[in-house]
Design a protein around this ligand. Structure first.
Ligand code: FEO
Length: 394
């Protein structure tokens, strides 16, 4: 049985909710599931579908569209080529054989290579182009790198609705059409951390485009709709602009307890100096939570014990992840213990070339930390406080 909901007159939500998905890209945990939102816009003359769904949900999407009683679909707007939104397009084109896929030229290339959609099925659009459906006018804005190179957003002029696809999305399965701000802030921040943060600079440029529009709704393709657009726009500005918080993120791994003792001491030393701490035992933590913590903390301290002459693989994973996500973190350090030697610090430094951080002197202990090691951790906390004060955040 198909189901749809009317968002505004002539604008219908026909997407699907993936309640049970727990992993995305075989990498990102989805504690709250996700959704692949799609929308039908019925104009006086033409009808368009905005985005589609992940391939396993193609039939459910089609059922939802058919529940509307559509006998014709003229356009499928593909704001983004990634398969969770585009993968069902071939099935939609089988059912609605007259429909043309509307997208950027770059998106067309990607859809041709990923989905083998034939060339004659496309109608590419320039930045700023419009498409009239009859009393409903779509305007397309190129917004590259949110989070692939081909991404665009679609603005429905008459209703002041922005269909933003991944931009402003959240992996959050809910039957609520509209966002509860108290609930959605954290999933949206986590989504930003995992998907958008590496493109912070270009996101700020894309926010200028969004800011220039008269908006009543921001309608992403994951998670609920924002009926107060300024809520999510302001959050994105907060996350993507350069300001950092008086916080230290400490992901750590400890095999026999020595590194944990050091992290315990450093945690207390930082708290005593008025610095916020977000700390994660890596083996027992959700990497999405670590990514989210990195969005606005001024400092990252990686707690890494040594195994086989290098950092424990769990610490290496977080270092590589932080390097890939490129948070605005300003300072970094390393603490940890070793048994008889190794090159943990050098190895971790080599894993974070993209992090624009000042490395504060690491503290490495041989075996159980000594009184001198604890004093070195106190000095590390002092150095972090000094730098946070220089930034005016402590
Ligand atoms: Fe939700 Fe980039 O796909």
């Amino acid at each position: 049985m198909g189901v749809y909901r009317e968002v505004r007159p002539g604008v219908f939500s026909v997407g699907v909710i993936d309640w049970d998905r727990r992993l995305f890209d075989e990498l990102i945990p989805l504690p709250d599931g996700t959704s692949y939102n799609a929308y039908v816009i019925r104009g006086g003359d033409k009808t368009a579908l905005i985005d589609a769904a992940d391939p396993p949900f193609a039939e459910e999407l089609l059922d939802n569209i058919e529940a509307l009683g559509l006998d014709r679909l003229d356009y499928v707007v593909a704001n983004h080529a990634e398969q969770d939104h585009s993968g069902a397009i071939p099935k939609v084109l089988e059912r609605y054989s007259d429909a043309l896929v509307v997208c950027t030229p770059r998106c067309r290339e990607l859809l041709e290579s990923h989905l083998k959609i034939p060339a004659e099925k496309f109608a590419t659009v320039e930045d700023g182009a419009t498409l009239s459906l009859g009393g409903k006018t779509l305007e397309f804005f190129y917004t590259p790198w949110v989070h692939w190179p081909e991404t665009m957003v679609t603005y429905l002029q008459e209703d002041k609705i922005l269909f933003s696809c991944d931009f402003f999305g959240s992996h959050f399965a809910t039957s609520d059409l509209f966002a509860d701000q108290r609930i959605i802030y954290e999933p949206a921040k986590r989504y930003y951390a995992e998907i958008m943060m590496p493109f912070r600079a270009i996101i700020r440029k894309n926010l200028e485009i969004v800011d220039s529009l008269d908006l009543e709704l921001i309608v992403p393709s994951h998670g609920p709709i924002f009926d107060d657009p300024s809520f999510i726009i302001d959050a994105y500005k907060d996350w993507s602009f350069d300001d950092v918080k008086n916080e230290v993120v400490i992901p750590f791994v400890s095999m026999h307890g020595s590194t944990r003792l050091m992290v315990d001491h450093l945690t207390d030393a930082l708290i005593a100096r008025g610095i916020g701490v977000k700390r994660f035992d890596i083996a027992a933590s959700d990497v999405g939570k670590i990514a989210e913590a990195l969005v606005d903390a001024a400092t990252l301290v990686l707690g890494a014990c040594t195994v086989l002459a290098g950092p424990h693989p769990n610490a290496a994973t977080v270092a590589i992840l932080a390097n890939a996500l490129r948070p605005k973190t300003r300072f970094a350090s390393i603490v940890g213990s070793y048994g008889w030697g190794g090159k943990t610090v050098k190895a971790i430094q080599g894993m974070i070339p993209l992090l624009k951080v000042e490395l504060i002197d690491p503290v490495l202990a041989k075996g159980l930390p000594t009184e001198e090691d604890y004093q070195a951790l106190d000095r590390l906390a002092d150095e972090i406080l000094k730098r946070h004060r220089e930034l005016g955040i402590a």
